[in-house]
Design a protein around this ligand. Structure first.
Ligand SMILES: *[C@@H]1O[C@H](CO)[C@@H](O)[C@H](O)[C@H]1NC(C)=O
Ligand SMILES: *[C@@H]1O[C@H](CO)[C@@H](O)[C@H](O)[C@H]1NC(C)=O
Ligand SMILES: *[C@@H]1O[C@H](CO)[C@@H](O)[C@H](O)[C@H]1NC(C)=O
Ligand SMILES: *[C@@H]1O[C@H](CO)[C@@H](O)[C@H](O)[C@H]1NC(C)=O
Ligand SMILES: *[C@@H]1O[C@H](CO)[C@@H](O)[C@H](O)[C@H]1NC(C)=O
Ligand SMILES: *[C@@H]1O[C@H](CO)[C@@H](O)[C@H](O)[C@H]1NC(C)=O
Ligand SMILES: *[C@@H]1O[C@H](CO)[C@@H](O)[C@H](O)[C@H]1NC(C)=O
Ligand SMILES: *[C@@H]1O[C@H](CO)[C@@H](O)[C@H](O)[C@H]1NC(C)=O
Ligand SMILES: *[C@@H]1O[C@H](CO)[C@@H](O)[C@H](O)[C@H]1NC(C)=O
Ligand SMILES: *[C@@H]1O[C@H](CO)[C@@H](O)[C@H](O)[C@H]1NC(C)=O
Length: 620
């Protein structure tokens, strides 16, 4: 029977039953057959929707919409994420998409997105038989194989969402024929090959997202012809060559992400005011872009976030950066930018994040920076700043809470004025400077302190008792100083009602000598503990209390003065991935069992008296 005959049969059936509800609910027999084949291709449907597809009333089936006049199925709506007024649930279908879906020739919408377990290939001829299809959603599944060439044959497709599958092969050239296409989502697949030139024909495309694939070659110059584009995301591929200059023709663009490729040459920026004036989000980080940051960047007056980190940019920061008054985040780290920071940066009154770390920027810092009253995070680490001292005006920046000034040539004592900043300090990194003197006791009063990194200085003192008050401390790095005394204050931090927050402690390469017995008392949240290269001695042995730290993933105790046996309790440290107790004065049998037996010999070496697996057997 051909389609028309089937429709006639359906119509006759309708007449015969005098328009009872049964007949109105019936879809055309050919659609019914196609839907049953689709159902048969699915082995498991955790939503239970398909189990209720029985009988012939397919127009009433959940997920099916028919056209009233013809009884043809026009929509399959079976997304994995089901939302009702009160509930949101993630369901799953396991199986394949039956090629018979192409018999549903009146379909306008196929939504099989987010079902997680649809596997196999997209039916090869899908584009040939669905002349009315407008939306094809197959995202969020387990589909493999190439995108069929036939997809370019849909005459009316507006949205193609194939993201988050395991599709491979190249982007079919035929996609360029989908002239009515508005959204093309291909991200998070395994697509390779080049971006076809033909995509430039998609003059109504507003969104092209192919990030997280393995695309190679140049970005074709034809992208500049997709004048309706508001979002272009090609990040995380292997694209190379230059940024096409035609990008500046994208007058509507607001999001442009080309980061994490191998783009080289200079950055294509507008040559005059007005071009790309909608661009709000520009990410070009992790490429090989060189040359200067052109002063034309000042034309991008809508920019809110700009990331150019980890490229090969050189020269001075253009003072036109100060025109970007909408900027909230500016990332420039990991380049070869030099000269001083322009005073105009002080005009970026909305700036929240400024990261210029790892460049060749020279001092002094312009005091104008202090007018950035919304700035929360400032990272100027590892430049050629040679600051000598932390500028006093920093204490006047009322939002500043994360301060990264590592490797800035800061000398002398840790200045007092940080104690009185208007905003509570949460992260303070003054590592690899020339700080001397003691760790000031007022640090213990920074009630919101989460990260403290004073490593690689010449600090010479005990850990102040006030550290016991640092309830929010999560990361503490004091390694490579000349600190002495007890490590106990760190492990006696009062715990909030939700338990301890301390996760990472590195006190290695100091001269601490005591306090290790206090460790097990609390701070059960610690995952990384490095006490290596100190003068620690357990009174007789490595304290059994260490075995209380059951969250530990890495424990480094090498190069200390520990004596006695490795406590049996260490067999309770089931999350431990790395242990080093080498070069102490330990003896006796290594407790036998996981995880201790899995570590290499070098974890235990340099202790005259240790024996048992993985070292040699103990003598009886
Ligand atoms: C079919 O008719 C019903 C009732 O008149 C209406 O609510 C529904 O929207 C129509 N469906 C389509 C696809 O036109
Ligand atoms: C996805 O498909 C692979 C085979 O290609 C299978 O091993 C895996 O279990 C599938 N995953 C899901 C979530 O269905
Ligand atoms: C592009 O969009 C415009 C305006 O929405 C519309 O008139 C035109 O038909 C579309 N072009 C194609 C090829 O669909
Ligand atoms: C921008 O578009 C115009 C006209 O559409 C075209 O003449 C010009 O070559 C394009 N510019 C670039 C850099 O491609
Ligand atoms: C600054 O950027 C670098 C490189 O991208 C990054 O490693 C560092 O964590 C950033 N600093 C802050 C404070 O986020
Ligand atoms: C900090 O701000 C106060 C009040 O606005 C001002 O008097 C003082 O001079 C400022 N200090 C620095 C170092 O800029
Ligand atoms: C502390 O700073 C040093 C040097 O800058 C760095 O290597 C280390 O990773 C930092 N520690 C933490 C925990 O971030
Ligand atoms: C101490 O151990 C931690 C955790 O493995 C590690 O991140 C850190 O780099 C080590 N410190 C030194 C100075 O090697
Ligand atoms: C720590 O271990 C000791 C025994 O070694 C035990 O008495 C004590 O209750 C443990 N403390 C916590 C907080 O679990
Ligand atoms: C343990 O530390 C010693 C240095 O004391 C080092 O030689 C050895 O490689 C380390 N072993 C492991 C497994 O980390």
């Amino acid at each position: 029977m051909d389609h028309h005959l089937l429709q006639v049969v359906a119509l006759l059936t309708l007449i015969a039953f005098g328009g009872t509800s049964w007949s109105i609910e019936a879809c055309s027999p050919i659609d019914l057959e196609a839907l049953m084949s689709f159902k048969n291709g699915i082995q498991k449907d955790t939503s239970g929707r398909l189990a209720k597809w029985i009988g012939a009333s397919c127009c009433k089936w959940e997920g099916i919409v028919c056209e009233n006049a013809t009884f043809r199925v026009i929509q399959i709506n079976l997304p994995g994420l089901i939302s009702t007024d009160t509930d949101l649930s993630q369901t799953q279908m396991i199986g394949r998409i039956s090629p018979s879906i192409t018999l549903l020739s009146s379909l306008e919408i196929i939504d099989l997105g987010g079902l997680v377990g649809l596997s196999g290939a997209i039916p090869d001829t899908i584009g040939l038989h669905l002349p009315k299809l407008q939306k094809l959603y197959l995202y969020g599944n387990n589909l493999t194989g190439p995108i069929p060439e036939s997809i370019g044959k849909f005459p009316n497709l507006q949205e193609l969402a194939l993201q988050e599958n395991k599709l491979w092969g190249s982007i079919p050239m035929s996609l360029g024929s989908l002239q009515g296409l508005k959204r093309l989502l291909l991200y998070s697949n395994k697509l390779s090959g080049i971006i076809p030139d033909s995509l430039g024909n998609l003059i109504n495309l507003t969104e092209l997202d192919a990030h997280d694939n393995a695309l190679v070659g140049n970005i074709p110059n034809s992208v500049g012809e997709m004048k309706a584009l508001t979002k272009l995301d090609l990040s995380n591929n292997f694209l190379s060559g230059k940024m096409p200059s035609s990008l500046t023709n994208l007058t509507a663009i607001s999001v442009l992400y080309l980061n994490t490729n191998s783009l080289e040459g200079t950055i294509a920026f507008p040559s005059r005011s007005g071009e790309m004036s909608s661009l709000g989000f520009l990410r070009l980080h992790n490429n090989l872009l060189g040359g200067n940051i052109p002063s034309n960047i000042g034309y991008l007056v809508s920019l809110q976030r700009l990331s150019l980190s980890n490229n090969k940019l050189e020269g001075a920061l253009p003072s036109s950066l100060g025109n970007l008054v909408s900027l909230t985040e500016l990332y420039l780290s990991g380049n070869f930018l030099s000269d001083q920071i322009p005073k105009s940066l002080g005009q970026l009154s909305r700036l929240i994040m400024l990261n210029i770390s790892r460049n060749l920027i020279e001092g002094p810092l312009p005091q104008e920076i202090s007018s950035l009253q919304n700035l929360q995070t400032l990272d100027l680490s590892f430049n050629h700043l040679q600051l000598s001292a932390i500028p006093k005006w920093m204490a006047n920046m009322s939002s500043l809470s994360n301060v990264y000034l590592a490797g800035c040539g800061i000398q002398g004592q840790i200045p007092d004025f940080f104690q009185t900043t208007n905003s509570p300090i949460q992260e303070l990194d003054l590592s690899v400077n020339i700080l001397s003197g003691s760790i000031p006791s007022w640090i213990g009063s920074l009630s919101q302190l989460y990260l403290l990194n004073l490593s690689g200085n010449s600090l010479y003192s005990d850990i102040p008792d006030s550290f016991r008050n640092l309830q929010d401390l999560g990361v503490l790095d004091l390694h490579s100083n000349r600190l002495t005394g007890s490590i106990a204050p760190v492990f006696e931090i009062e715990q909030g009602i939700f338990g301890g927050s301390l996760k990472f402690v590195d006190l290695s390469e100091n001269s601490f000598s005591s306090g290790i017995e206090e460790i097990g008392g609390g701070q059960l949240s610690i995952q990384f503990l490095n006490l290596s290269h100190n003068h620690l001695e357990g009174r007789l042995h490595i304290p059994e209390v260490l075995a209380n730290l059951t969250s530990l993933k890495i424990l480094k105790l090498q190069e200390n003065l520990f004596t006695g046996k490795i406590p049996n309790g260490f067999l309770k440290l089931l999350k431990l991935k790395e242990l080093n107790v080498s070069n102490n004065h330990l003896e006796g049998e290594i407790p036998e069992g996981k995880p201790l037996v899995d570590f290499p010999e070098s974890s235990y070496s340099g202790n005259k008296g240790l024996c048992g697996k993985p070292l040699g057997p103990c003598k009886l």
